[in-house]
Design a protein around this ligand. Structure first.
Ligand code: ZN
Length: 184
């Protein structure tokens, strides 16, 4: 099943997402649908709040970025109860986009490296360090769990320049090829 994508302006994108436990209802099915939705919408990552669930889960597959960023090859993962323990390294710019903020791309500065604790889809606990494009996509998806959007991380001047576009998205006026949900 392909989920509709919650767009900029919907309250769920601003919530701090919660951890889940192993009994979370229909988790396998939810993850399967997350994959289906991500691939259908040509995303490299998708976080649960983007489909209306304020839980700490996201999926990503950076294969599509591997031509420019070799470390992206074969990097496909489910993150459950994700928590960043530490971020370090120099900040670098990457032109980000988001299924919840369609037709906008902006350069965002983030640190190179991070350490994250999470569970995979088999409930195996991990504590790992990630770098480069892997860390970048994780940081973007992780922000969704904290109620943060990439447009929060650009300069005030840039934000002012795209304000009209953001308002249009919130009002459902953005042209999007996938099913979406806007705030009522
Ligand atoms: Zn996003």
């Amino acid at each position: 099943m392909i989920f509709p994508i919650y767009l900029y302006g919907t309250p769920v994108l601003r919530k701090k997402a919660k951890d889940i436990d192993k009994d979370y209802e229909n988790l396998d099915e939810f993850i399967k649908n997350m994959w289906e939705t991500m691939y259908k919408t040509d995303g490299v990552g998708l976080a649960a709040p983007q489909v209306g669930k304020a839980i700490r889960l996201f999926v990503l597959d950076t294969e599509a970025l591997s031509e420019d960023y070799p470390e992206g090859a074969g990097f496909k993962k489910v993150f459950i109860n994700a928590h960043i323990i530490e971020e370090e390294g120099e900040e670098w710019s990457f032109n980000e986009g988001c299924l919840s903020v369609p037709n906008i791309r902006e350069d965002v500065k983030r640190k190179t490296k991070l350490r994250m604790q999470y569970y995979d889809e088999n409930w195996v606990a991990h504590d790992e360090v990630f770098e480069g494009i892997q860390a970048r996509v994780m940081q973007h998806e992780y922000d969704h769990l904290e109620g943060i959007l990439f447009t929060d991380r650009i300069s005030p001047i840039r934000r002012k320049l795209i304000k009209g576009k953001l308002n249009a998205i919130a009002k459902g006026k953005a042209k999007v090829k996938y099913k979406t949900i806007i705030s009522k």
